[in-house]
Design a protein around this ligand. Sequence first.
Ligand code: ADP
Ligand code: MG
Length: 162
Amino acid sequence: MAKLEILTRGTEETIECGRKIGAHLQAPVLVLLSGELGAGKTTLTKGISSGVGAAEEDEVTSPTFTLVHKYERGPRVYHVDLYRITDLHDLETLGLEDVFAGSAVVIVEWPEKLTLRIGWPTIRIHLEHVDEDVRRISIDDPENILLPKLAADPLVAPSTNP
Ligand code: ADP
Ligand code: MG
């Protein structure tokens, strides 16, 4: 089964989890991050971008107002936040064609609002509050492009579901 659940306790553990995910991603890939406000999507993106090698985690901030951030020291990462998108017109003015024009790691928060169909390999990650500092990170990798590599990474210790 191409699914994995990880519990993180604290922001740093989520960033670390993201780093491990990012280290095994190969562009072009679409990473869809779902979960409510404050679930940790942007926090996980800091780690993923750092793991890919595109940015330092501190450089990665929420694109809530600008909607798209690009990081490209080395491999290119686009971080897209569709929270404020209310209609198709907004989405069309975003310039997503540029995002998907080349090969990149594209990370999307609020992917429910992404109405375009992108034919790229896709990983879905859902984040949930378990407690104030605890999050459940559920990775769904139907194409088996990430989890086999992540499972072979000795640094990954799934803290749930032995
Ligand atoms: P989102 O992008 O989903 O709205 P953010 O990543 O911006 O969420 O915010 C998550 C907030 O929760 C941050 O303030 C972070 O420090 C805090 N937090 C506490 N524990 C965790 C954890 N285990 N994982 C991720 N964030 C956590
Ligand atoms: Mg966010």
